[in-house]
Design a protein around this ligand. Structure first.
Ligand SMILES: C[S@@+](CC[C@H](N)C(=O)[O-])C[C@H]1O[C@@H](n2cnc3c(N)ncnc32)[C@H](O)[C@@H]1O
Length: 357
């Protein structure tokens, strides 16, 4: 760590981390953007990230979350005064980002009720995923709902909203530890799948934008005050962990193979999971048109399990960011949501802040 120029440590009280819009308590019948299990999500780090922005960035008019995942970081900055740009190359994430961060009018509750009471029968989803990731009854219902969504929607945004509602409902009844690399052997405590309504403050979404693009392509087309960068850290592809949600969101009913029943995912492999991730990062930073950069990257660089090792070295991070401006690193202890195999309790989560020259 010899090259770290300045380490600002920020400490948080519990109240601080849970303030403003991140309460996990749901209104009955509704779900929040953060009510979802997602590897590497930054829900517990929102206060930490917000403090860095408040300390370093001054007045912020636009915030771009270019590897948005659940979108929880962009949502934190989504006020009437800040335009939020969110992006993720997975269709499943895109549908949810569109729903929470770009929808301007309420979802038709009658359509949700209708889908919750739909007639179920065998289908593509139950054939492949029933009695594996879901009870057979839930799998039949999930497939039936997804099929019917395409028949009842009036426009693309309504389709995104209903798919999002389905994806969140699916996460609640999946027989998994939170991702779809594998399913649990015992199918216990499985509740019936039930769609809820997204809880959205529409007035904050007016000037927002949501994209489904490769971050390195999108960066050439946008500008913003604050660019938040949270790519995958290691070789685990998000398209492997969330293939099932992607399959359900796209609903092209592809062939699936193996015990995990994965479809072909060649087109959604991230450069940031390969050994040459530094080249992708260098290209991204080189093309960034912004005033401030916050880069989240953790410290799991030399674990025994090679799959968990960080793909971009600290030396590369500093070389690349120092070319763009002055760098400060912030650290916070953090118990991450991992896949369970190579648990990293006591993990230090880092945010590299760069004031662009
Ligand atoms: C660490 S996760 C982001 C988590 C997010 N900050 C949250 O709190 O939910 C990284 C995300 O980047 C997306 N991703 C990976 N490579 C990408 C690329 N080249 N372009 C756009 N998105 C990408 C993945 O689908 C994944 O959702």
């Amino acid at each position: 760590m010899a090259k770290i120029q300045d380490i600002g440590k920020i400490h948080h009280s519990r109240e601080k981390l849970l303030k403003k819009g991140t309460s996990a308590v749901s209104k009955t019948g509704y779900f929040q953007l953060s009510n979802r299990r997602y590897l590497g999500n930054k829900y517990k780090l929102l206060g930490f990230i917000e403090d860095i922005v408040n300390q370093k960035c001054g007045e912020v008019k636009s915030f771009c979350d270019i590897f948005a995942g659940t979108g929880v970081v962009g949502e934190r900055f989504n006020t009437k005064y800040i335009d939020v740009i969110s992006n993720d190359f997975l269709s499943s994430n895109y549908a949810c980002l569109q729903t929470f961060l770009n929808t301007l009018q309420a979802l038709d509750i009658e359509k949700i009720q209708y889908l919750n009471n739909i007639f179920v029968d065998d289908n593509y989803f139950s054939e492949h995923f029933g009695n594996r990731y879901f009870s057979m009854e839930n799998a039949k219902k999930i497939g039936a709902i997804r099929e019917e969504i395409d028949n009842i929607v009036d426009n693309q945004q309504e389709k995104n909203n209903l798919i999002c509602s389905l994806l969140y409902a699916v996460d609640k009844v999946a027989n998994t530890v939170g991702h779809y690399d594998a399913f649990r052997k015992n199918m216990d405590s499985i509740k019936p799948v039930n769609l809820l309504i997204p809880n959205i403050d529409y007035s904050h979404n007016i000037n927002n934008k949501v994209y489904q693009k490769d971050a390195n392509q999108l960066i050439k087309k946008i500008s913003c005050d604050v660019l938040y960068i949270d790519p995958p850290y290691n070789s685990r592809q998000y398209s492997d962990a969330y293939h099932l949600l992607e399959n359900l969101a796209e609903w092209k009913k592809p062939d699936v193979v193996g015990i995990a029943k994965k479809m072909d995912r060649k087109h959604i492999k991230s450069d940031y999971c390969f050994k040459n991730a530094s080249n992708a990062f260098s290209d991204l930073i080189g093309n960034a048109n912004c005033k401030h950069i916050l880069f989240s990257y953790n410290n799991t660089q030399k674990l025994k399990d090679d799959r968990s090792n960080a793909r971009i070295s600290d030396d590369d991070i500093f070389d690349i960011l120092n070319n763009k401006g002055k760098v400060v690193v912030y650290e916070m202890s953090y118990k991450a949501f991992t896949t369970g195999k190579s648990s990293s309790d006591g993990n230090i989560e880092r945010v590299f802040y760069c004031k662009v020259k």
